[in-house]
Design a binder for this molecule. Structure first.
Ligand code: IDP
Ligand code: MG
Length: 159
């Protein structure tokens, strides 16, 4: 689906410090790559308290907010933008439920995690949230629009 600005659907994904420390970056990136989505932004970074608090602003009144901010700023994070039809909802399915213990096997959280406070990965929960999160974490210049040569073998009609 192309939006009013002529952009394809994009989502923001971040591998949290536990995923990076456990050496799961390659396996996690691979899930989205082999699904057929297109990587348009990628960086490893240390998250500042300011960015973490902005990113998780909707949770600021939750009891776990402080520990969440502490966790997300405790080590490197791999921030990514993935593109493709239906990518926002599909990425949430690939990621799995918030609590890794109840996340389905086959999902990232279901396969690699146990604890809700160590659930490996973030994914935008909707198209509008994705736009906000992408602009919070990336500049326009950080993102690369490109068409993989395999597209016609993955997508029947490239919209
Ligand atoms: P999501 O990451 O699946 O979208 P949210 O409800 O948006 O889940 O929560 C954001 C993050 O806050 C979760 O990924 C998890 O790291 C953390 N979190 C959510 N609920 C709890 C909790 O009950 N205890 C500790 N951490 C939590
Ligand atoms: Mg969320």
């Amino acid at each position: 689906m192309i939006d009013e600005e002529g952009l394809k659907e994009r989502t923001f994904i971040a591998i949290k410090p536990d995923g990076v420390q456990r050496g799961l970056v390659g396996q996690i990136v691979s899930r989205f790559e082999t699904k057929g989505f297109t990587l348009v932004g990628l960086k490893i970074m240390t998250v500042t308290k300011e960015l973490a608090e902005k990113h998780y602003d909707v949770h600021k009144d939750k009891p776990f907010f402080r520990s969440l901010i502490e966790f997300i700023t405790s080590g490197p994070v791999v921030a990514m933008v993935w593109e493709g039809e239906g990518v926002v909802a599909s990425a949430r399915k690939i990621i799995g439920a918030t609590n890794p213990l109840t996340a389905e096997p086959g999902t990232i959280r279901g396969d690699y995690g146990i604890s809700v406070g160590r659930n490996l990965i973030h994914g935008s929960d909707g198209i509008e949230t994705a736009k906000k999160e992408i602009s919070l974490w990336f500049t326009e210049e950080d993102l690369v629009s490109w068409k993989p040569c395999l597209t016609t073998w993955i997508v029947e009609k490239d919209s």
